[in-house]
Design a protein around this ligand. Structure first.
Ligand code: NCD
Length: 304
């Protein structure tokens, strides 16, 4: 039985095959409509979510399966003091697979050690978010056709942005990918990732505060929200929240085939005027997320 806790739990071949399955689902949805008949997905969301939870639920419904769960830890027994381990032990009795989001880093990993069914990490604190990464990868694949040789700019909160951490890990496996890490000095990529991933694998990256200077070389611009809920101090959040606001003017020097990604929710780091730019892909990313989650559910449930 496999769980998905960290994107690097999957080999590159497995990721490529999930992307291929997602592409096949897009082309032939009817082939998949009953694949999970009789199966149940539980969504255990101890932290707010719109997209990720609904995306998992929509994915399971489109596979013909059923969904149960909660979207607020206040309405679960966690509020009575139940441990994550006990919660998943119990839920394993009701469901065939569990998608879990939790504010504590490592909670889904702990859950996977106790669970009798596969656990999918749907975001753990400021750490990882592997299924968003699958959505991001499918989007890049559909837009650019490949990963090798891309220059990828990450902009915003690179410290607490878990989607950034997971996508960096996944893209680091492809050839000649360059990273331009654009953030205020307070919100740079955490040291553990620099040491364990970027430096260890000798990856080509630069850190800068200047989005406009970086713009002309980017093939992908991955914008992120400043993660208010992870700040210890509201004053720091207020000072940093508007560090970057992408506008049509700032895109004037961008490549015509650059693609703009954002895991959403957006606060105001991308002006709505950018939404009409053909390079804006963040709503396509949402749809891609559902298809690739369908592929993942099939894989972890070992459905043919
Ligand atoms: C992201 C997350 O939860 O980390 N959202 C999502 O799942 N699409 C990004 C964010 O909250 O900023």
């Amino acid at each position: 039985m496999r769980s998905l806790i960290d994107i690097l739990d999957l080999s590159t071949e497995e990721i490529d095959s999930l992307i291929d399955t997602a592409l096949d689902i897009i082309d032939n949805p009817e082939k998949y409509a009953h694949k999970c008949a009789g199966k149940k997905l539980a969504t255990l969301f101890f932290e707010p979510s719109t997209r990720t939870r609904l995306s998992f639920e929509a994915a399971m419904y489109e596979l013909g399966g059923h969904v149960l769960g909660f979207s607020d830890s206040g309405s679960s027994s966690a509020s009575k003091g139940e441990s994550v381990s006990d919660t998943v032990k119990v839920v394993s009795c009701y469901a065939d697979i569990i998608a879990m989001r939790h504010p504590k880093e490592g909670a889904p990993l702990v859950a996977s050690m106790k669970s009798d069914v596969p656990i999918i990490n749907a975001g753990d604190g400021g750490h990882n978010h592997p299924t968003q990464t699958l959505a991001d990868l499918l989007t890049i694949k559909r837009e650019h056709g490949h990963f090798d040789g891309l220059t990828v700019g990450f902009c915003g909160d690179l410290k607490f942005g878990r989607t950034v951490h997971s996508l960096l890990g996944a893209l680091s496996r492809y050839n000649n990918v360059r990273f331009v890490l654009i953030s205020p000095p307070e919100l740079t990529v955490p040291d553990y990732l620099k040491k364990e991933l970027l430096d260890k694998k000798n990856l080509d990256y630069i850190e800068t505060t200047d989005l406009e200077a970086a713009m002309p070389e980017l093939d992908i611009l991955y914008m992120t929200r400043v993660q208010r809920e992870r700040f210890f101090n509201e004053q720091d959040y207020i000072r940093l929240k508007d560090s970057y606001i992408l506008t049509p003017e700032k895109l004037e020097n961008a490549k015509p085939d650059m693609r703009i990604l954002h895991p959403l929710p957006r606060v105001n780091e991308i002006s709505v005027a950018v939404d009409d730019d053909p390079r804006a892909c963040y709503f396509k990313q949402v749809l891609n997320g559902k298809f690739v989650r369908m592929a993942l559910i099939l894989k972890l449930l070992e459905v043919d």
